[in-house]
Structures are given as C-alpha cells and as structure tokens.
Design a protein around this ligand. Structure first.
Ligand code: HEC
Ligand code: HEC
Length: 142
C-alpha cells in the first residue's frame, strides 16, 4: 500500500514537471523596448570636466561668516584616520603649501589642533568650478 502511494506521488511529480512543456505552443511574447520605437542616440558629448580657478586663488566671499568656497577639487579623502585637507591647510603646513591656514574658529588650542566639530570640512565648504552651471536657480541677495 505504501509503495503504491509513493509511486503515485512520484508519478504526480513527474507529470507536474512535464506540465511546464505544455506552454510550447503558447503565443510568442512580444518583447519590446520600454522606449518604444525611439532610436537611442549612440554618441553623447561627455560632461565637461570641472575647471577650477587658477591654482592659488581664493574666491570672493558673498557675505560675512560665509564658509569660503573651495577654489580647487575637493575629493581629497577625509577618513576616520586621516584628513587630507589638513596636509595643506593645517597651521604647520599652510604657509609652505601656499594655502590659507584653518582659522582660529576651527581650532581648540594655540597649536592649531582642529576642533572635532570642524573635521568634516565638506560639510560647510563646497568646491566652485568656473565652468559649471548651477543645477538649481539661485536668487540669493544680501
Ligand atoms: C595640495 C594642497 C591642498 C589640499 C590637499 C587642499 N587644499 Fe584647499 N587650498 C589650497 C590652496 C593652494 C588654496 C588657495 C589659496 C587659499 O585661498 O587658501 C586653497 C583654498 C581653499 C579654500 C579657500 C580659502 C579662502 O580663504 O577662500 C578652502 C575653503 C579650502 N581650500 C578647503 C579645502 C578643503 C575642504 C580641502 C579638503 C577637501 C582642501 N582645501 C584640500 C591647497 C589645498
Ligand atoms: C561647521 C562648518 C565648518 C567646517 C566643518 C569647516 N569650516 Fe572652514 N570655515 C567655516 C566658516 C563659517 C568660515 C569663515 C569664518 C571663519 O573664518 O571662521 C571658515 C573659514 C575657513 C578658511 C578661511 C580662513 C581664513 O583665514 O580666511 C579655511 C582655509 C577653512 N575654513 C578651511 C577648513 C578646513 C580645511 C576644514 C576641515 C578640516 C574646515 N574649514 C571645516 C566653516 C567651517
């Protein structure tokens, strides 16, 4: 009795599998691009590379207490262990690197030790390229 039951179950399983082939005669699926008949342009001009002001030139500030804009690329890594911005802007290095030292408002002692609150420089300072259009309009006035 048990054997017959197992056989019946196996037969059922096999017939279940072969059931998948029954769709062989189904109508072909109409595969079409989501873009419809629109042709996709093959070439597209590359996005312009950001052009930063000539090296060594700070940008004018627009209002008092504005965090100055960064006049150079700003992808220097800021990690838990190292802040590469400081390799030029730290008190002991800025003069040699012809960069402005971080201001007194960013440090906690007379040696220029950075205040932890100012560690993520790019939280307040953003780079400004001369050839990039603003993505959103700006009607700021003083
Ligand atoms: C290789 C050296 C170097 C590194 C690294 C560097 N800078 Fe600079 N930075 C400069 C120089 C040179 C200037 C232009 C002179 C100036 O105004 O300080 C400048 C200018 C600036 C200014 C404008 C200062 C002003 O008075 O208008 C800011 C803000 C600034 N950098 C922030 C940063 C930040 C944030 C980082 C890290 C993401 C960084 N810099 C990394 C060299 C460097
Ligand atoms: C919480 C916002 C904030 C953070 C974070 C911050 N800054 Fe600033 N930064 C300012 C503001 C505001 C000013 C302008 C007012 C002043 O000098 O304090 C300034 C000024 C500066 C200046 C110009 C100094 C001068 O004498 O003209 C430099 C250079 C600078 N920051 C570099 C950095 C660097 C490098 C870091 C990261 C290590 C950093 N800042 C992090 C807000 C910030």
């Amino acid at each position: 009795m048990k054997k017959t039951l197992i056989l019946a179950v196996m037969l059922f399983a096999v017939s279940g599998c072969s059931g998948q082939n029954s769709s062989e005669n189904a109508a072909p699926v109409n595969v079409k691009s989501l873009a419809g008949d629109t042709t996709v342009p093959i070439t597209q001009p590359a996005t312009e590379l950001a052009l930063y002001p000539q090296k060594g030139h700070a940008l004018a500030r627009n209002y008092a207490q504005q965090p100055p804009l960064i006049p150079h690329k700003a992808d220097y890594p800021i990690t838990l262990k190292r802040n590469t911005c400081l390799s030029c802007h730290a008190w002991g290095k800025a003069e040699r690197m012809h960069a402005t030292a971080i201001p007194k408002s960013h440090v906690i002692d007379d040696n220029g030790t950075l205040n932890g609150r100012n560690y993520s420089c790019n939280q307040c300072h953003v780079p400004q390229a001369s050839n990039k259009q603003a993505i959103v309009g700006n009607s700021f006035s003083q």
